[in-house]
Design a protein. Structure first.
Length: 188
């Protein structure tokens, strides 16, 4: 990995370029920087979710995920470098199976909401999907490892499941979409 910053205001980006971890420079509007930015934003939203009251196991998983997302950002900042491993994707699969096993089957779509923590997990899910789209766009322009794309795909699913878990942990349940809310006898 490249050197860590010893000062923040370097002024090297004033002309619209930014440095990558391998010492090269690229435009701030490049697909690589867009993907790095979306992953960084996702990590920040996970950080906001961590400010909520959470079950200990969910908190531990989210802290682990923050480190993985930092690894992913590092991998994206150095073209051709690998930091995110298939084992990190497998860990998401394990959490998905474990958390999903205790949830009731969904018979209807759910709306983002319920508890504040669940709503924030849904924000994480949508930002994760955007980061995934940015990574796919980058992958269309240049070769990328598979694990980062797989990781973001699984993570968005996990955030959906965690939103459901957090609604139950908060004493509530999913907010169901009501298809016939405007039909006679539906919601007013």
């Amino acid at each position: 990995m490249g050197n860590r910053l010893s000062k923040i205001a370097t002024r090297t980006g004033d002309a619209g370029t930014t440095g990558l971890g391998d010492g090269s420079r690229t435009g701030k509007a490049s697909p690589r920087i867009a993907a790095i930015g979306d992953v960084d934003e996702l990590n920040c939203h996970v950080g906001v979710l961590l400010t909520e009251a959470l079950p200990d196991d969910v908190r531990a998983a989210l802290l682990h995920i923050q480190h993985d997302l930092f690894d992913l950002g590092g991998e994206l900042s150095i073209p051709g470098y690998t930091l995110l491993k298939p084992e990190q994707v497998a860990q998401l699969d394990t959490w998905l199976a474990d958390y999903n096993a205790n949830l009731p089957r969904l018979a209807e779509f759910i709306l983002p909401g319920g508890s504040r923590a669940a709503a924030q997990a849904h924000v994480c899910r949508t930002v994760c999907r955007r980061a995934e789209r940015a990574l796919v766009a980058l992958g269309a322009a240049e070769p990328l490892n598979e694990a980062p794309r797989q990781y973001l795909n699984r993570l968005s699913d996990l955030m959906f499941v965690l939103a459901r878990v957090l609604n139950r942990a908060g004493g509530g349940s999913d907010v169901l979409w009501q298809r016939d809310r405007d039909a006679p006898g539906g919601m007013e």
